[in-house]
Write a protein that binds this ligand. Structure first.
Ligand SMILES: Cc1cc2nc3c(=O)[nH]c(=O)nc-3n(C[C@H](O)[C@H](O)[C@H](O)COP(=O)(O)O)c2cc1C
Length: 330
């Protein structure tokens, strides 16, 4: 497949893919590609972009693809068309995720329009949040959005559990830093400033010295040893609201679903200027993930751990445009 040869794009599918590529993904690996036939967009996982060390099963890769799938779905609705999604489990083609086809006309709801407007605005945050609680109504709405995707959003209200989760994130970070292959993998996805890479985590999104919040969740150390990262201004110290996304199963379909729920929650939160800081190291160390599952998730499978809050602008990431990721008659 030569993506440079992508034919000129037609309008509908073009709009769908252009929206989907703004989905979040681990280390901004953008682990997807799309092909099109008529109005149908087929989403594939790009397994060459999986994090082999941190994510050997491809769980996080499929969460990213699920987030792209939800974005495709929303973009179809924003076009004012009904949604036809065919999930495509094919043992011979494990990268195939889904076919998404716009159906007959059906106007988008106000809620869908508002959420769509957040797709390019939403950014991952790395650092502390402004002090102050989030509205209960928003948290209830986020829970309902996750639930609509058959995923649970658990709000960690007990301060002891928050402290324990923060400690687990720090433990995971230290364990991972002891593995040179892990450190090299993070460095590979944290390109030096001024280069030509579009994907990967870039300097504007990363503080050079992490904020110290209480309880202190370990940040992913993208700037390690590279001498880059933003030097912050005024520091705010609130942890924000700690939430987990969990599923009852732990297979391919659950991971995709978790990604769909993730993007749905993030876009709804962004409407209220609430962003997410992710702390997924603990989910990449199998023993710690299992501990989290049995102790704090009632046996359900944790797929995402993040803090939600209102961010300081300077540590909100930026996203570069995406390279061409579509084949077919767009
Ligand atoms: C499965 C998954 C895991 C992630 N883990 C982390 C993490 O541990 N630390 C972090 O800072 N960001 C994490 N992120 C956020 C990505 O780095 C971010 O989505 C990507 O850099 C693109 O930036 P954007 O979200 O601002 O568009 C994760 C995202 C996903 C989907």
């Amino acid at each position: 497949m030569d993506r440079a040869d992508t034919p000129e794009r037609g309008k509908g599918a073009h709009v769908l893919v252009d929206a989907a590529v703004w989905a979040p993904s681990a280390h901004d690996t953008r682990p997807w590609w799309f092909d099109t036939e008529g109005e149908t967009v087929t989403l594939h996982a790009d397994t060459d972009r999986r994090l082999d060390v941190a994510d050997p099963q491809g769980r996080e890769m499929l969460i990213g693809c699920g987030a792209a799938l939800f974005t495709l779905r929303l973009a179809v609705r924003r076009l004012g068309r009904r949604l036809d999604v065919r999930m495509a489990p094919d043992p011979d083609r494990p990268g195939l995720i889904a076919d998404v086809t716009p159906g007959p006309p059906q106007p988008a709801t106000d809620e869908e329009r508002r959420m769509y407007d957040q797709i390019k605005r939403r950014r991952t945050h790395r650092g502390g949040f402004r002090a102050g609680a989030l509205p209960v109504g928003l948290l209830q709405a986020l829970r309902a959005h996750a639930c609509a995707e058959h995923v649970s959003l658990r709000i960690v209200a007990d301060p002891r559990v928050r402290i324990a989760l923060a400690a687990l994130s720090e433990a995971a970070e230290q364990v991972q830093q002891m593995d040179p292959a892990y450190v090299a993998e993070v460095a590979r996805w944290a390109p030096a400033p001024g280069g030509e890479r579009l994907d990967g985590v870039h300097e504007p999104g990363c503080p050079r010295d992490p904020d110290h919040i209480d309880p202190d969740f370990a940040g992913r150390d993208f700037a390690r040893g590279q001498g880059w990262g933003l030097v912050g201004g005024e520091r705010r110290e609130a942890t924000g609201v700690v939430v987990l996304l969990t599923t009852t199963g732990d297979g391919r379909a659950d991971w995709i679903r978790a990604g769909e729920a993730l993007q749905r929650v993030l876009l709804r939160a962004a409407e209220d200027d609430v962003s997410a800081a992710f702390h997924t190291q603990v989910l990449e160390v199998p023993e710690l993930r299992e501990f989290l599952r049995t102790r704090f998730c009632d046996g359900t499978y944790p797929q995402m751990i993040m803090r939600l809050g209102v961010a300081q602008e300077e540590f909100d990431g930026v996203r570069s445009p995406t390279a061409d990721v579509a084949d077919g008659d767009l």
